[in-house]
Design a protein. Sequence first.
Length: 174
Amino acid sequence: MKRLLLAALLVTLAACGRPSLNDPSLSNRQLNLEEFFNGHLTAYGQFQDVFGEVRRRFEVDIHGTWDGQTLRLVEDFIYEDGSTELRIWSLQQTGNGVWQGTAPGVIGVATGRERGNTFNWQYRIDLPVPGDETLRVTFDDWMWLLTDDRLLNRAYMSRFGVPIGEVIIIFERN
């Protein structure tokens, strides 16, 4: 019973304080995914659990190409423990500021919306974890264009609707 109450409390707290595309913009910048991610980027990030403990850090080398219809992102992850992961995204703009995408491990289609300097991206994925296993999680990704060459990403992760942690990433164009 205590675990059920704790889980309900965590779900309730996780719903509080989430960003919204309707939040006032702190900038007049316009994020255009196809422009920002076209070329070579480096990202630095970490995962921390719901208790605030940093569990994993990583660096990502990203090569993006935009052919006018598809934004292709080749992401080479290098984790602090020396393990690696390759993820290749294919994204298409399906409407004004509306995107969808696929990548190996992603369940179905990821969907996202751009508004001003903000992008919100949601998907479920079988995420590799240490020990040659995968964990099916849901991501609620929020990105904000900070400068022409820097993007902040905060991703809320959950499993079965229960928050399990957050990923913070800084993307830098090279």
